[in-house]
Design a protein around this ligand. Structure first.
Ligand code: C5P
Length: 224
């Protein structure tokens, strides 16, 4: 059964979407609401886990009994996740992390000018999920036993998902079926969970709590 099957465990969940500053008032962001990550945090806490929730720009109340660490950018999210992950049993990366950030953040608000604006130069952000997998492969440091990623794919879901699972070195990859009013900002989700060590598990359309519970079932089965 599920009741308190995660007690004595420490899990880390990232949620929301990062913001990459352009100047003091502007950023590059995304539409992640944080609902799926918060559902994961709530369900893990309900099953007895100690939960650290790294939340990026989420307008949702803190779940009861969960330690919430607020962050804004991908670099801040990386710091918070890596710190919490060091002593954790599992990490679930549900946050939408920006792949790129402006190379420089302007100290003052960029002014409107008569001329065409300057281009915003972007640089790559670190891939936190891949970094967790790499650390574990290298050994030496304490690492979570189970690492879970999320991915939104629109086509060739299984093939693209498989490739991403391998590339990122995670144990489970929850592949969201985006579109048709699913995933972003909605209470419902549908997904297929790919496993490095087993068959894909289909999660039919339903509340994000239901998807979260299936993810924790698959995590719990892989904890030593
Ligand atoms: O490569 P893609 O962005 O599709 O991968 C999504 C997964 O990787 C999510 O679990 C997300 O949290 C994680 N990710 C990350 N660091 C990034 C980009 C994505 O940890 N820079």
């Amino acid at each position: 059964g599920r009741a308190l099957d995660l007690s004595g465990r420490h899990v880390v969940v990232s949620a929301g979407g990062t913001r990459e500053a352009i100047d003091p008032v502007r950023f590059i962001g995304n539409r992640s609401s944080g609902l799926q990550g918060y559902a994961l945090a709530r369900t893990a806490a309900a099953r007895g886990a100690r939960v650290t929730l790294v939340a990026a720009n989420v307008a949702l109340p803190d779940p009861a009994g969960v330690t919430v660490v607020g962050v804004e950018s991908a670099l801040q999210l990386r710091e918070a996740v890596l710190e919490a992950a060091a002593g954790a049993d599992a990490v679930v990366m549900a946050a939408a992390v920006a792949d790129f950030r402006p190379a420089a953040r302007s100290e003052s608000k960029i002014k409107k000018t008569a001329a065409e604006p300057e281009a915003i130069h972007l640089v790559k952000n670190p891939d936190i999920l891949a970094e967790l997998g790499e650390r574990r492969r290298e050994g030496g440091k304490p690492c979570p036993a189970v690492i879970v990623g999320f991915a939104a794919e629109t086509d060739d879901v299984l093939a693209n998902g498989r490739a991403k699972l391998a590339r990122k070195g995670c144990d489970l990859l929850v592949v969201n079926q985006v579109g048709e009013n699913l995933a972003f900002g909605t209470p419902d989700n549908a997904a297929v969970v790919l496993a490095a060590d087993g068959e894909p598990v289909e999660i039919p359309r339903g509340p994000k709590e239901e998807l979260a519970d299936v993810v924790w079932d698959l995590v719990a089965a892989r904890l030593p």
